[in-house]
Design a binder for this molecule. Sequence first.
Ligand code: PXP
Length: 249
Amino acid sequence: MENRIRLFVNVDHVATIREARKTIEPDPLTAALLAEKSGADGITVHLREDRRHIQDDDVFRIRNKISTVLNLEMAAVEEMVEIALKTNPYQVSLVPEKRQEITTEGGLNVISQQEHLIKIREKIQSKGILYSLFVDPDLKQIDASHKVGAQSIEINTGRYSECEDSMAVQHELDKIRIAARHASELGLRVFAGHGLTEENVGAIAEIREIEELNIGHSLVSRSVYHGLEKATRDMIQAIQEGCSRRTGY
Ligand code: PXP
């Protein structure tokens, strides 16, 4: 097992900012290329059914222009399967999706839709695309993921990331550790993500079975802080340059 975790950068919220104005910037493709330049091992996008951030064209552009690989998160519905087959990403990750949710709220219920997930798996794998399922750290859901033929699971770290007291953090970490071990023993590759930050990622990275992390919101949030200083300086300079051309006073 490699003693290193691959980081997939999720650029959904770059598109969220763009969609707030329905304009062309910031472009999630530009963000993806910057993330790659800084060492990202792959790029993740979630094409939601309501298209609230990433658009179909973003998926195609990012797939074609990045030099790493694309992980396409999507709901287990026919429309998305068609798009995945046309786009041919490196990996498809199935996630549950509710229209009213602010973000993905929990893992997939694999147990209740095994036949459906097997049919999707057959289509996805027929193109050589890796098939991953986003699940809670729940052993029964992991067993079902194995049964439907997933190659990997992504363990939902959402609840862990929301814990405030240390007892609750330890409890969630134990669940994630046990789930990761169990999945690995079944031969599944183990990934994790949701709600991870620089502060809480270390304990997750200690879990030896975890190979890959998907991180988005915290990276985009920090980029605002890191980037706003320079953006403000550049804007002041542009304003001053305009002022220096004033005439007639
Ligand atoms: N993994 C999955 C399955 C997700 O749906 C998301 C959010 O789009 C993430 C990881 C990344 O979560 P965050 O944006 O909180 O880092």
